[in-house]
Design a protein around this ligand. Sequence first.
Ligand SMILES: [Zn+2]
Length: 301
Amino acid sequence: MFKICDSHCHFFSSRFLEILTKDVADLPADDRSGAVAAKLGWDAPGTAESLADRWAAELDRHGVSRSVLIASIPGDEKSVATAVARHPSRFVGFVMFNPMAPEAPSRLASALDDNGFPVVALFPAMHRYRLDDERVSDVFESARARNAAVFVHCGVLSVGVRKKLNLASPFDLRLGDPLAVAALALRFPSVPVIIPHFGAGLFREALMAADQCPNIYLDTSSSNSWIKYHPGLTLDAVFRQALAVAGPERLLFGTDSSFFPRGWQLPVYNAQLAALDAAIVSPDDSSKILGGNFDRLFPLS
Ligand SMILES: [Zn+2]
């Protein structure tokens, strides 16, 4: 009954798996991504084109109109750009970007201008930089100049695929602070800023940031298992509180879907729908959260 748009899905392409495991020795050179997928118990992603078609069919199967696809490792922009070009009415591309990497400005310009990504995704805890670094302001300035948005992962960060492959993940969680995001959002009021997973454990800080900055959005994605850090907290209470502070226009439904055969995470959708119901959210507000806000942020051209 609602138009559903998913604001948080990862495009785990063959190239993504190749870059992720570039330092792993015991993989065959001729089918690295296939071997990694087999290790993980995943279906091999195949070409970006075939994976894009598979996601489009998966969205159809679940009645999902549109979805974000995050290029989830620096260097995999092309795969997501290919998917978006193939299904422009279905997919919106986010690009994971490390502002501290060599030649960052030209890489960013290429992602925004050549590939046309409307959102730059920052993972400060993963790439270990401070959000008050000038190079992060430069990202916001580039986004502002192109009417793009910025996504900033805050709070607890655990990347399932890295864990499963035993890849070292020396993340510094102190660096993903919604209050540091708020300082940037205030300086760049025309740039929409998305904080995923309600702040992923820094819920209070995410609410403070959203309260102070009308350009901050919260995405609702994942199983939201961070609520275990808050004694007695429930997902419906999270929705109620987020609505009370940020209002219905700034919550973006998402699942955090990422690989096949699992595909689109229907259980996450069902849990959030039940939470919206338990929180007695009106159908009008629910429809904004589940898809309307997405369409407003990412209008179909
Ligand atoms: Zn995610």
